[in-house]
Design a protein around this ligand. Structure first.
Ligand SMILES: [Zn+2]
Ligand SMILES: [Zn+2]
Length: 889
């Protein structure tokens, strides 16, 4: 056509994301669309990113989680909110220290060779080098974070927040130092919080040891899963009501191998059902024994060094590794005839979640946070709906249970990388001072020999402050006033306690308000067989490879399409074809439009008197799509929202509307009708790009830019499509479905009767006046789709001979066949087909009537054969009917 813009003629046949994605990302950055600042005229909408570890490389889980966040940020941005997506990374204490230590090991050196200061310098260098890897990768995905606000949990500002919080909690009596049993990783040589311990079901043994009574005959038998810990036993305990052992209470036994006298005590904690009902008590190496020890004033004998090697308290076993010692203890007990038996035993064994080494319950001096007073308000706000978990029914109970059973949080770590504990000691008088900075002199003795606590804080002790520390707290900044509380947190359920619950506690304690209102807990991305993706299994899918191969849009689209609210995703690499196909579908629709359209004129209202059924229908259907897509997003059903738009675009707009308007587009004689169709088609194409933009930002921008009108700048900042209920038209929907069904039925007839695709047929309609008129009014569009050249109303006089027919909602449709196909040939073909089916039917019936077969064959085979027979019989009916059509019956 005339007047087609030059660039339209150059639209490539195939969509090439490589020419599009980086180009638009740079455009968005240079226009500062992602930048947020306090703005009194707008409401804020804020998401803080779950800060990835600074060591991290983007994996499929990150890709999924960040796609969801970007969808919400882009959605709210288009709705006119001042949106802030706060990015940053976490210093990830143990993880980062381990990574750098590995690096050093390759260079044949270690952190101990370097010393603390040099080592920490090395880690900072390492962060400079690798720390922004994941940030670049998030940009590649299209994430619209305000990058100028990028934070790191060891930034100066965030470090101040950490110190402030430590001091406030200490002054409030909620932080204390004490000697308790904690989880110890001998490999990482640090304490771990309860949440950092992974419990693995493990096959072990119960060893039954005899402990002889002092100065007399007899012995007690105790059972243990960790024989080497007997070296640290300081008592034997029985239940006070256990009749078998009442007589032993108060007696003394001799601890074998150590020749130590230890008492038999009575304690309610002892489970008479476990082992023999007599238990050995090792206060320094078991949390329950620790408590028993406290109640009975027992000595604590620590037999282990921090690296898992036995120390001098283990006597002649000193210097042995814990597992070597285990074997030797058992061997010696056997030699002494003190090993009664060994029984297999399944139990849960704790492992370090970072390095998977078996942890040791270990007595040591650590810093703790009293969690219970913080947990209560953090449970209340969730109960009251001030913080809402999505999906609620799946996570609320878990959250409640955990919050009602919190234990104190061990926050000190024996690492070098992290926030050093702001506590100072006087070497002269041992005074302890909790300070923001190194005190020049001791507050008690004025001495100047002052050293800082060696330990650092748990990584989560900085990430629990993330929603407000990133906004400048403890300063009362404008950002904090405007952007806090944030709105939405999107994270994996695996860190609901590590992080989500603690952020709620911190927000309430330090700011006096919840940190966010909604928490969307996304599922885990698994491989196609439902296994967790992992480096060691090699079953991971690299999102960057998928972007390279398919596009960032395809990556995002596919992840969301495969997910459903809070459920895990099973993912195979070829799933991303789904995303690529959708991009191609969009591209083809756009190309088709551009061949006919100069520019979008979305003021379709002026053509209202020329609207046809298909126009009213598509406008109405689009309104329902806008309403549902918006509502689903507001309800955190991201997949449902995308699926709604996808279905509308593919199955209604492309498959039907663009087909239905073709006769109008190709008819240059009626320019107004043509313009009407183009105006609506262009409007819907452009608005749909707006709806799809949060999900697939790149291709939607490319097309939106080509279709934009007036002063529009970018689909990023253009308004979210507005729901216009006045365009709803229920009747058009009903009529449209009816006509679609008629067309499908006619297409079906053509296929069944072997009508050559090039031949147009004629249609006879037997229906009431209203329906006949409906068909007539829409004849042009519909006839095009079913290849019909003329429509005729059925009358009693009308004789059409051999014809195929269909009934749709009571209306009858006939297609006379004489002019379409060679009736004789078709009869022959159908006769043959009928014979073939009869043969099959006979064989199968015989088989199913054979009792022997029915008796011996597996039920699913029998069921299968019955279904086959059923299908054959249905086909026979169909062919008979088609045959009868040919005879005019
Ligand atoms: Zn470890
Ligand atoms: Zn002092």
């Amino acid at each position: 056509m005339k007047g087609v813009k030059r660039e339209n003629m150059e639209i490539p046949k195939v969509y090439n994301p490589k020419l599009v994605e980086d180009k638009w990302y740079q455009y968005w950055l240079s226009h500062k669309y992602f930048a947020a600042k306090p703005n009194a005229d707008r409401k804020p909408f804020v998401i803080v990113i779950p800060p990835p570890n600074v060591t991290a490389v983007l994996h499929a889980g990150h890709a999924f989680n960040n796609t969801i966040q970007d969808i919400y940020i882009r959605f709210k941005r288009k709705q006119g909110y001042e949106t802030l997506w706060q990015p940053g990374t976490d210093h990830a204490g143990i993880a980062t220290q381990n990574a750098v230590e590995k690096d050093l090991a390759q260079q044949k050196t270690s952190r101990h060779d370097l010393g603390r200061e040099k080592f920490v310098e090395k880690v900072w260098e390492w962060r400079q080098k690798y720390g922004s890897t994941i940030i670049h990768q998030l940009k590649k995905m299209g994430c619209s974070c305000d990058w100028e606000r990028e934070r790191f949990t060891m930034d100066e500002g965030l470090s101040n927040a950490v110190k402030e919080v430590f001091i406030r909690l200490y002054e409030k009596g909620l932080i204390y130092k004490g000697k308790y049993i904690i989880n110890w990783c001998p490999r990482c040589s640090t304490a771990l919080s309860d949440e950092e311990v992974e419990h693995k079901e493990s096959h072990g043994h119960l060893w039954y040891f005899k402990y002889p009574f002092k100065g007399g005959k007899g012995y007690v038998v105790v059972a243990t899963t960790r024989p080497e810990t007997m070296l640290g036993d300081t008592a034997v305990a029985v239940h006070p009501k256990d009749k078998r052992y009442k007589k032993f209470i108060g007696k003394t036994v001799i601890l074998p191998l150590m020749e130590r006298e230890i008492p038999v005590v009575a304690d309610d904690f002892v489970d008479p059902e476990f082992g023999t009902g007599c238990v050995k008590v090792t206060p320094a190496h078991d949390p329950n024994d620790f408590n028993i020890g406290q109640r009975h004033n027992l000595t604590q004998v620590n037999i282990l060094n921090t690296d898992g090697i036995l120390n001098a308290n283990a006597g002649k076993f000193a210097g042995l590794d814990r597992f070597v010692a285990r074997n030797q203890v058992v061997q010696e007990m056997k030699n002494l005839d003190l090993l009664e038996k060994i029984v297999s035993h399944h139990h849960n064994v704790g492992h370090c979640h970072r390095c998977h080494t078996m942890i040791e319950p270990y007595l040591s001096e650590q810093w703790f946070v009293k969690v219970a007073p913080l947990a209560k308000p953090a449970l209340d706000v969730v109960k009251e709906g001030k913080v809402r978990l999505h999906p609620h029914e799946r996570w609320y109970k878990t959250y409640e249970h955990w919050m009602e059973n919190v234990r104190d949080w061990c926050i000190s770590r024996q690492l070098w990388w992290g926030h050093r504990i702001p506590v100072y000691y006087c070497n002269d008088c041992r005074e302890m001072m909790v300070r923001r900075d190194l005190p020049a002199t001791c507050s008690k003795c004025n001495g100047t020999h002052i050293r800082q606590d060696e330990d650092v804080l748990d990584t989560w002790f900085s990430s629990w402050l993330w929603p407000f520390s990133t906004l400048g707290w403890p300063e009362q900044t404008d950002d904090l006033k405007y952007f806090y509380p944030t709105d939405l947190l999107v994270t994996g359920p695996d860190i609901i306690f590590f992080w989500v619950a603690r952020m709620i506690m911190a927000g309430l304690e330090f700011i006096g308000d919840v940190p966010f209102h909604d928490v969307l807990l996304n599922g885990i991305v698994r491989d196609e067989f439902g296994h967790k993706m992992s480096k060691s299994l090699g079953n991971g899918i690299d999102p960057l490879e998928m972007i390279e191969q398919y596009s960032a849009d395809a990556l995002r689209f596919t992840l969301i399409m495969l997910s459903s609210e809070g459920q895990d995703i099973n993912l195979a690499a070829n799933n991303f074809e789904m995303g690529r196909n959708f991009s191609n579908k969009i591209w083809n629709a756009y190309r088709f439009l551009s061949m006919n359209l100069d520019r979008v004129d979305s003021d379709f209202e002026k053509y209202r008197e020329h609207f046809e059924l298909s126009d009213r229908w598509i406008l109405s259907s689009f309104q329902r799509t806008v309403a549902k897509a918006t509502d689903s997003l507001e309800k955190f059903k991201v997949n449902e929202s995308l699926d709604t738009i996808y279905h509308f675009f593919w199955h209604e707009y492309c498959d039907w509307y663009l087909e239905l308007i073709k006769p109008r587009l190709y008819n240059k004689e009626k320019p107004v009708q043509r313009q009407t169709a183009l105006s609506i088609a262009g409007f819907i194409m452009k608005e749909t790009m707006g709806l799809l933009h949060p999900y697939i930002p790149f291709i939607t921008e490319e097309i939106w830019q080509a279709l934009k009108e007036g002063n529009d700048e970018s689909v990023v900042t253009s308004s979210w499509p507005v729901y216009r209920p006045e365009l709803l038209d229920e009747n058009s929907g009903k009529d449209m479905i009816f006509l679609q069904n008629v067309i499908s039925a006619l297409r079906n007839i053509r296929a069944e009767m072997n009508v050559p695709p090039g031949k147009t047929a004629h249609l006879v309609v037997k229906a009431d006046k209203k329906i006949y008129e409906l068909i007539q009014q829409n004849s042009v569009s519909f006839l095009n789709l079913a290849k019909i050249d003329r429509i005729e109303e059925h009358t009693p006089q009308l004789v059409h001979g051999a014809a195929a027919s269909a009934i749709v909602e009571g209306a009858e449709f006939f297609i006379p066949l004489a002019d379409l196909i060679d009736l004789d040939k078709e009869r022959q073909r159908l006769t043959k087909e009928l014979q073939r089916l009869e043969g099959l039917q006979k064989t199968l019936s015989a088989k199913l009537n054979n009792e022997k077969f029915i008796r011996n064959a597996p039920p699913e085979i029998v069921k299968n054969e019955r279904e086959k027979l059923n299908n054959i019989e249905q086909s026979q009916e169909k062919v008979k009917k088609n045959y009868n059509n040919l005879t005019g019956k």
